[in-house]
Write a protein that binds this ligand. Structure first.
Ligand SMILES: Cc1cc2nc3c(=O)[nH]c(=O)nc-3n(C[C@H](O)[C@H](O)[C@H](O)COP(=O)(O)OP(=O)(O)OC[C@H]3O[C@@H](n4cnc5c(N)ncnc54)[C@H](O)[C@@H]3O)c2cc1C
Length: 338
């Protein structure tokens, strides 16, 4: 994906603007709040991958923009901020993630801290650009100089004062936000349709507790936790030998991209790894059970997931599973991605 521009946002954060080639437009359609997975090369030819939320908004920006804040001692964030220049090319996976409102007609309560503003400003921009929804945003930072998108937020709030309210919380002035102070701020807005929270773990936990104390149920709260991937979704596809009729395999029927396939599914191989090894193109991103990009629906038979950090109880009741974590638990399994 070509890098069109690199913008210094604060002393330790930059935005990288990516152009989407015409032939990739369909695959790179996204919802506000979703993220890209970026390949970070290293000297030995191997690589690492890191997720970055899109700070651009569909309907408002023709290009894609990610915003990276340096993490002290961190590999990927510093590599991106130090090395990426206009004219470079970045290898990225298509957008995914579930930190996105069901409807942009909603009245939202938004909490962001530090680089947690990136998916949140995408939601704000999409909301203001294409709907009648509204947002109240509480945005916490260390001090004024570390506020990413200060000017953009000021302009947005000025352009739609009846639909966007931004409240800055500066540690340098008010100290760290506490459960009690957050609950007091959120109280007048607790009846809003949904709350979205993104920032460092202690901040998110404090906001979650504050909203809980106001009676806001978990079903109305969506959180995005930032962390680094440990695997490498850009690595070569695993080789899985075909052993027809093997005792430790299930019979799999899978509907994917409009076609149906019958495959032997070895019991210790994840569904995603199997499909990729057979040359199919299922959707995926993190491969660690938190992004939800690879979810599919089990129509018959049983599976189990090794890890699930994203699907809620109601998703599981509908038969959704993460294919990167799914193993077969019955002799025959039927799933659909379509
Ligand atoms: C869905 C999602 C969206 C995200 N969106 C954004 C975004 O919009 N903007 C953004 O800036 N970030 C975002 N992140 C976070 C981002 O993916 C990276 O985790 C972040 O940039 C840090 O990566 P890094 O490679 O610089 O740090 P890493 O190299 O992963 O290191 C992280 C920390 O761990 C320490 N560390 C590393 N290795 C060790 C070790 N062996 N022992 C002890 N300590 C160690 C480092 O010193 C550093 O403090 C997102 C993450 C997710 C999952």
């Amino acid at each position: 994906m070509p890098v069109l521009n690199v913008i210094a946002e604060t002393a330790d954060a930059c935005s990288i603007v990516l152009g989407v080639p015409e032939e990739l437009r369909g695959r790179f359609t996204y919802r506000p709040g979703q993220f890209l997975t970026v390949r970070i090369p290293d000297g030995e030819g191997a690589g690492a991958a890191r997720c970055y939320s899109l700070s651009s908004a569909p309907g408002a920006d023709p290009t894609l923009r990610i915003t990276v804040k340096r993490v002290k001692g961190g590999y990927g964030s510093n590599w991106l901020c130090d090395h990426v220049r206009p004219g470079d090319t970045l290898e990225v996976l298509p957008p995914s993630g579930r930190f996105t409102p069901d409807s942009l007609e909603a009245d939202l309560l938004l909490f962001a801290a530090g680089s947690g503003i990136t998916p949140v400003i995408s939601i704000v921009n999409a909301l203001l650009a294409g709907s009648a929804g509204s947002a109240v945003l509480f945005y916490a930072n260390r001090d004024e100089a570390s506020v990413i998108f200060a000017g953009e937020l000021r302009d947005l709030a000025a352009s739609a004062p009846d639909r966007l309210q931004v409240v800055h919380l500066l540690e340098s002035l008010q100290g760290l936000p506490t459960v009690a102070s957050l609950a007091a701020l959120a109280a007048p807005h607790a009846a809003r349709d949904a709350a979205f929270i993104c920032g460092p773990a202690p901040f998110m936990d404090a906001v979650g507790e504050a909203l809980g104390s106001l009676g806001m149920g978990r079903e109305r709260i969506v959180m995005e936790r930032f962390h680094s991937l440990s695997g490498d979704p850009f690595a070569a596809v695993e080789n899985i030998p075909e052993e027809s009729g093997a005792a430790d395999s299930a019979q799999l029927k899978v509907a994917l991209n409009g076609d149906e396939h019958l495959l032997e599914w070895p019991t210790k191989i994840s569904l995603l790894a199997l499909l990729r090894a057979r040359g199919l193109q299922p959707p995926f991103s993190c491969e660690e059970g938190f992004c939800g990009a690879c979810a599919c629906r089990v129509l018959a038979g049983e599976t189990k997931m090794l890890c699930n950090d994203v699907l809620e109880d109601e998703d599981l009741e509908e038969g959704l599973v993460l294919s990167c974590q799914a193993l077969p638990m019955s002799d025959e399994v039927e799933v659909t991605f379509d």
